[in-house]
Structures are given as structure tokens and as C-alpha cells.
Design a protein around this ligand. Structure first.
Ligand SMILES: Nc1ncnc2c1ncn2[C@@H]1O[C@H](COP(=O)(O)OP(=O)(O)OP(=O)(O)O)[C@@H](O)[C@H]1O
Length: 311
């Protein structure tokens, strides 16, 4: 079992009597991309500023690779690479010269590390050209290279997609996934774009009004289905007659069922699906179709936020 790289526990920030972050807890694991999702003003930037040591929590704990951010700030931050505001780049210098300047500011990074990070973000071909000739996507990759220079175990990125076109976003996505997979980095990305988070992340943590209102594992990365996994299933029948309602209320009084004129939708453990089918047939009810209903992340998000969209 992997150890968490970052543990956030009951994190709270009060500014001028207003609770901006309220008892937030979540963890980041190596190789995992976590999306920090919420509408504008939800508290993403404030949380991130505390995570990178730019702001002190009012209460609660942030522990990074076993170092408490308040008691051992320097040790904790050694493990963090971050792009919080736009990366500071000198446009009249080459990408390599920018990295070299950054490298000079730290005393214990070997020079060869510059070539390593350039490869990690795939800028080999352009690194000796001036930054003013770079596209926004390339500038962001150079920013990533800068953030990776001191071999952090966690990358923290605040609204990284700002200003990128769809091709740039796609490219950045594949770079981040590669960094997580091949270098076992934990990555936290904040965003208010649900669709983008769904494509990029393994897990999404949803924040609203300073509170974490839900976390969601993204299905393509979910654990294998077991018999106990519940699924939302549509049974298409010739009708949803009284006998169907009676049967369900007797057999499955605890499961959520919604009826419509073509049958019903029920949420139940997968192991129960063939049993329910058999019961219906034994009771002379024709089953035309059984279909797993996948709730989109959008639906789940809307349920959690009570209908408020993120944008
Ligand atoms: N220094 C401050 N003083 C007072 N209120 C603040 C301060 N910093 C943030 N806030 C308030 O805290 C709330 C959360 O702000 P924050 O910037 O963390 O949200 P966000 O989720 O990052 O939103 P956005 O996507 O718009 O940046 C907002 O209501 C904001 O007005």
C-alpha cells in the first residue's frame, strides 16, 4: 500500500471573521492525479496557497512527505513543485537559460538535472530557442520543467489550462499523465472545468463554499467490479404494472427505484441483477432489456452541489 505524499486534515482558514476554508481533508498519493474542482470563489486558490507555504492555516494540518508544513516548512516544501501564478519566465532568454538561472538559485541540484527535466516535458527540440518564440503551451511546459527541477514528489498546479486552446490542453494532459505514470508524481490540479478534470484525473475532490462536498474516483481508473458493487440498472418491461411495484417493494424495500412507463430504474448490487431478472420472469413479467445506466460525472456533480454548475 502506497503512503500518502500529502495529507491534509481539517484544514481551516479564517480571514477577517469569514471562514474561507472549512475543515477540509484529503490525501494525495504517488502516481495519482487529483482534480481540485469547484466554482469561482470556492476556495481552491486559498487551499493551494496554504499547501505551498504562501499562507498560514488558521487550524488543521498539512503534512508533506511526513513533514508538517508549519513546523518544518523548508523540509516540507522541498517535496513540492508548484505553478501557482503564471510561471516567471525571462522571454528574451532561451528556455535553457531560464532553467539555468533557476538552477543557480538552489545549491544541491546537479546541472544534468536540467537535461532530465527538459526531456520529461519534451522540450528537447526547442530548449535553446528564446522563450518569446514559444507558444503558450511550450511556456507552460517550461514552467513545469522549472517546477520539477528539484525532484519534487508532488506537483501543484493552479488553473493551468488558462488561455490554452483545445490542442494545447490535450497536449498538456498527456504530459501530466506521463509525469504521474512514469515518475510516480502526485499531481494536484485545480480547475472549474469539470469535463477537463474528468479526462485528466484519477480522482476529483469537489469544493464548494470552502467545504469539500464530495470526492469521486474516475471510472476508467476504478477498482474492478466486485459482487458488492452497486449499479444503476434500467429494466425495460412491457409495462410497470401494479404487480411489478408490489414485487419490488416486497423484494427490495431498501433500494432506490424509479418507475416510468417502460419499466423501472433500480440501484442494486450487481449480484442481485440476475436474481431480480429471474423473479420478474417467474412472475410472468416480460423483460425486454436490462441496461446499466452510467451516471455522468456531470449528473453526480449536479446532485452533490444541489444543481449549481461549476461555471
Ligand atoms: N485575502 C483575502 N481576504 C478576504 N477574502 C478572501 C481573501 N482571499 C480569498 N478570499 C475569499 O475567499 C473565497 C475563496 O477564494 P479563492 O480565491 O480561494 O477561490 P477559488 O476557488 O480559487 O476561486 P477562483 O477560481 O475564482 O480563483 C472567495 O470568496 C474570496 O473572495
Amino acid at each position: 500500500m502506497k503512503q500518502a505524499v500529502v495529507k491534509i486534515e481539517n484544514l481551516t482558514k479564517v480571514i477577517k471573521d469569514k471562514t474561507i476554508i472549512d475543515q477540509c481533508s484529503f490525501e494525495l498519493y504517488p502516481g495519482e492525479i487529483v482534480g481540485f474542482l469547484g466554482p469561482n470563489g470556492a476556495g481552491k486558490t486559498t487551499t493551494i496557497r496554504m499547501l505551498v507555504g504562501l499562507m498560514k492555516p488558521t487550524s488543521g494540518d498539512i503534512v508533506i512527505q511526513n513533514h508538517h508544513i508549519e513546523r518544518e516548512l523548508e523540509m516540507a516544501l522541498r517535496h513540492v513543485g508548484a505553478i501557482v501564478e503564471n510561471p516567471e519566465l525571462y522571454k528574451h532568454l532561451t528556455g535553457y537559460q531560464n532553467l539555468e538561472l533557476f538552477w543557480r538559485m538552489s545549491d544541491d541540484i546537479p546541472l544534468e538535472r536540467i537535461d532530465e527535466v527538459v526531456k520529461m516535458v519534451r522540450l528537447e527540440g526547442k530548449i535553446h530557442e528564446k522563450v518569446k518564440t514559444y507558444s503558450l503551451g511550450m511556456r507552460q511546459r517550461l514552467g513545469l520543467a522549472q517546477a520539477l527541477l528539484h525532484k519534487p514528489s508532488v506537483l501543484i498546479l493552479d488553473e493551468l489550462n488558462n488561455g490554452l486552446d483545445p490542442a494545447g490542453i490535450k497536449e498538456l494532459r498527456s504530459h501530466l499523465q506521463e509525469l504521474a505514470d512514469q515518475h510516480d508524481l502526485a499531481i494536484l490540479v485545480s480547475s472549474h472545468l469539470l469535463s477537463e478534470m474528468e479526462l485528466l484525473c484519477d480522482q476529483i475532490v469537489i469544493i464548494q463554499n470552502g467545504k469539500i462536498i464530495g470526492t469521486k474516483q474516475i471510472s476508467s481508473h476504478e477498482e474492478e467490479e466486485t459482487e458488492g458493487t452497486t449499479r444503476k440498472v434500467r429494466f425495460k418491461l412491457s409495462s410497470a404494472a401494479e404487480e411489478v411495484r408490489d414485487l419490488l417493494s416486497h423484494t427490495y424495500p431498501d433500494y432506490a427505484v424509479e418507475f416510468d412507463q417502460n419499466g423501472f430504474v433500480i440501484t442494486l448490487p450487481v449480484v442481485e441483477i440476475p436474481k431480480l431478472n429471474k423473479r420478474l420472469v417467474q412472475n410472468d413479467i416480460d423483460v425486454f432489456e436490462i441496461q446499466i445506466v452510467e451516471e455522468s460525472l456531470e449528473d453526480q456533480f449536479l446532485q452533490m452541489t444541489g444543481g449549481r454548475t461549476v461555471e
